[in-house]
Design a protein around this ligand. Structure first.
Ligand SMILES: [Fe+2]
Length: 306
């Protein structure tokens, strides 16, 4: 079986919400994304030339309802489907309407962690129309659109899921305080981005403290100035800031966290300095104790942009 590491990229997220107008205001006026309102019940966010990076559909879930992954080629695509079907879960093809909404030619779907289906596709629909947004550019490309962070009582199961499917590798892990909890967070990468999935273990708790499937979503701007401006807009627009600007000790990204309208949190990243190990083989990372994301350490890095 071939190693498909590097051939998979976070492509889009599907969110179901009854607060579409709040989401549109959050996306356009606070975060500064390109927003396309397709109907009273459907909106999409763009970050780049992909027609859709976030699909927002009206509904009661107030949660992420699918995670879409772009696959580089048909060989990789067949490999992934083979890995799924050999273990028994059902695989189904997306309908033409679902594909149009997500901005892809075709997609296949199978069960994913915490009940959010995994969807894979090879060909995104792109557009040459100008991005109408407050930020100059986002870091996407081979690193995908960003990352998702998930709380789980079954961290090893989650790690195994993405290793089995996408040959995900463990970049490192940190110990961090989230609210009243000390949690250990694994950072899994499937391509050049330091991580596309972060999994925080909450096994010791009787109940998972986060209702939603995804604890936070990350997108990364190319220039630090855009992160600062977004931070100010989020505050000025009255959205809740969860953590002020701070820096994780492992990927060295500067970021802030704010609350999306009703769903979860949004992590905003302005810089990136992490480089993948030279070795193509999984390493043996050691734990890094986090200094807690927060505080006001923006002045620590003021010039690094991609
Ligand atoms: Fe994150």
């Amino acid at each position: 079986m071939s190693d498909i590491f590097g051939n998979v990229h976070l492509g889009y997220l599907v969110v179901e919400t009854d607060k579409l107008s709040d989401w549109a205001r959050f996306g356009a006026d606070a975060i500064g994304l390109h927003v396309d309102s397709l109907s009273p019940d459907v909106a999409r966010f763009r970050l780049d030339d992909h027609e859709c990076r976030f699909l927002l559909q009206r509904g009661p879930a107030e949660d992420v309802t699918a995670i879409g992954w772009q696959v580089d080629d048909h060989q990789t695509f067949d490999d992934i489907l083979g890995r799924v079907t050999s273990r028994g879960p059902p695989v189904s093809e997306g309908t033409p309407d679902e594909c149009v909404m997500r901005g892809v030619e075709r997609l296949w779907r199978f069960p994913g962690p915490k009940g959010a289906p995994t969807e894979i596709f090879t060909t995104p629909l792109t557009t040459a129309s100008r991005l109408a947004m407050s930020n100059k550019a986002f870091v996407t490309g081979d690193g995908g659109m960003g990352h998702v962070a998930i709380l789980s009582k079954d961290v090893l199961g989650m790690h195994g899921y993405y290793s089995t499917l996408f040959d995900a590798r463990l970049s490192d892990f940190i110990l961090e305080r989230i609210g009243p909890m000390n949690v250990r967070i694994r950072f899994l990468r499937v391509n050049e981005r330091h991580h596309s999935i972060a999994v925080a273990g909450v096994r010791s708790l009787s109940v998972n403290p986060i209702r939603t499937r995804v604890q936070h979503v990350n997108v990364q701007v190319a220039e630090l100035d855009d992160m600062v401006a977004a931070y100010e807009r989020v505050t000025a627009e009255g959205f809740t800031m969860m953590w002020s600007v701070g820096q994780h000790p492992n990927d060295r990204e500067l970021s802030f966290y704010c609350k999306t309208p009703p769903v979860s949190s949004w992590k905003w990243v302005g810089t990136r300095s992490w480089s993948p190990p030279i070795s193509r083989r999984p390493g043996n990372p050691r734990p890094i104790r986090a200094s807690r994301c927060g505080g006001t350490r923006l002045s620590a890095r003021t010039s690094s942009t991609r």
